[in-house]
Design a protein around this ligand. Structure first.
Ligand code: PMP
Length: 458
């Protein structure tokens, strides 16, 4: 029986990324409040928020300073925009702070309200730039299979997941996908991580040559793939790929929407993984998820080209009502102040070995093929046979079942395509809470194994 609130949910809400049919009978998990790394449902049951919401609530759930920063800004200037040269101090100050933090040469910062809008802006800037440079054929953008970059028409095209393409008439022409850098799943037998990285770089080069380098403008990648499976790239991956991009004058866009702001124990994921992008997209943890904010860095050559174009056209024709929303900028400034004051990023680096040790221990579990991560992010893959790495039928929904068992154990984690389970807790998590998280996840895996046996799945 669904509760009153759950029934009202089913009758009124269209849920993103949800099995709409199953939702009609299972109903929603309705959360009411949060404190630290815990969230509580309407019955008062606590859960460790092992996903930081959607990879975003880095400072946990009850940060009064962030709430106060939003309240104060709302009381002062609740709305202000940046169109036609208007401005306000939270946007100016945040742009300055971010310029100082960016892992890439940055001339300007452009604000959006989400990761999708940030990456959509990257697509448009890439096209605009090449038009400005007088090379209108150089427009194609290469993403990766299982990469995730958002849901707008262009960013769903960059994304390399079937659910974002099937039935949506996507990808659009000019959006290509190269191989997924998942060593456990896609390396050849005996192939080292470095050899795998070299092979993937070779495949990327072959794709660029096949398409004609004069038509390929950019490559986009998340430092660690998030929604595609919480996948850490193999050793030497970005080094190998960057060498190819440099040869063909292909810009490298790093999608730091998940990895940015400390997740890997460095301010940006690129720094932890040897990636040297030309530009980055950010969102999520820039405000610890408390209010929507995203953005992109703009380097000097890009800005110069846009400046010349705007002289011709009279304006730079891009922007949304909420680009640089003052409340979002004020919360971001406070978030970054707390990251610095509390040494949150250094804290992640210090806690990561314990987190990763607990994660790797799960690889010993009967149904776990791989358990791997970096910083405070982890992915595990459930397999039917550890030796052959064979998987269960996708329709058996084994990882979804594991996530439901975890929920029963008081832990929120997320299942992803390919029977993968992701873990990505708030950066403020303590070592004791890390232990509780993995104890609960281990129990959920036990229950999943027992369920597999009872169902007779093979
Ligand atoms: N890029 C990455 C790497 C993401 O993980 C996400 C969201 N999970 C997005 C882009 C899209 O961000 P949003 O949902 O805010 O549009």
């Amino acid at each position: 029986m669904l509760s009153n609130l759950a029934t009202r949910d089913v009758e009124t809400l269209l849920h993103p990324y949800t099995n709409l049919d199953a939702h009609r009978s299972t109903g929603p998990l309705v959360l009411e409040r949060g404190e630290g790394v815990f969230v509580y449902d309407t019955a008062g049951k606590p859960y460790i928020e092992g996903m930081s919401g959607l990879w975003c609530t880095a400072l946990g759930y009850s940060n009064d300073e962030l709430a106060e920063a939003a309240r104060a800004q709302m009381g002062r200037l609740p709305f202000g925009h940046l169109f036609s040269g208007r401005s306000h101090d939270p946007a100016i100050e945040l742009a300055e702070v971010l310029k100082g933090l960016m892992p890439v040469p940055t001339s300007k910062v452009f604000f959006t309200s989400s990761g999708s809008e940030a990456n959509d802006t990257q697509v448009k800037l890439t096209w605009y730039y090449n038009n400005a440079l007088g090379r209108p054929r150089k427009k194609k953008i290469i993403g990766r299979q299982r990469g995730y970059h958002g849901v707008t028409v262009a960013t769903a095209s960059l994304t390399g997941l079937p659910a974002n393409h099937a039935d949506w008439d996507l990808p659009l022409p000019g959006f290509l996908h190269t191989a997924c850098p998942h060593h456990y799943r896609f390396a050849q037998s005996g192939e080292s991580e470095r050899a795998f990285s070299e092979r993937l770089a070779g495949e990327l080069e072959a794709l660029i040559l096949r398409e004609d380098p004069e038509t390929v403008a950019a490559f986009i990648a998340e430092p660690v793939m998030g929604a595609g499976g919480a996948i850490v790239p193999p050793e030497g991956y970005f080094e190998a790929v960057q060498a190819v991009l440099a040869n063909y004058d292909v810009r490298f866009i790093a999608d730091e929407v998940i990895c940015g702001f400390g997740r890997l124990g460095t301010w940006f994921g690129s720094e932890a993984l040897g990636a040297r992008p030309d530009t980055i997209s950010f969102a999520k943890a820039v405000t610890s998820g408390y209010v929507p904010l995203g953005g992109v860095s703009v380097d000097e050559p890009l800005y110069e080209a846009m400046l010349a174009e705007s002289r011709k056209l009279g304006t730079f024709g891009h922007g949304t009502t909420y680009s640089g929303h003052p409340v979002a900028c004020a919360v971001a400034l406070k978030t970054i102040e707390i990251y610095r004051r509390e040494r949150i990023v250094e804290g992640v680096a210090a806690k990561a070995p314990h987190f990763q040790a607990r994660l790797s221990r799960l690889a010993e579990h009967d149904i776990v093929g791989e358990a791997r991560g970096i910083g405070l992010i982890g992915g595990l893959e459930i397999v039917a046979d550890k030796a052959s790495r064979a998987q269960y039928e996708p329709k058996a929904g084994v990882a979804a079942r594991c996530v439901a068992f975890a929920q029963g154990e008081g832990l929120i984690v997320r299942f992803l395509a390919g029977d993968r389970v992701a873990v990505c807790p708030p950066l403020i998590i303590t070592e004791a809470e890390i232990d509780a998280l993995f104890d609960r996840l281990a129990r959920a895996l036990d229950r999943t194994r027992d369920w597999i046996r009872a169902e007779g799945l093979t």
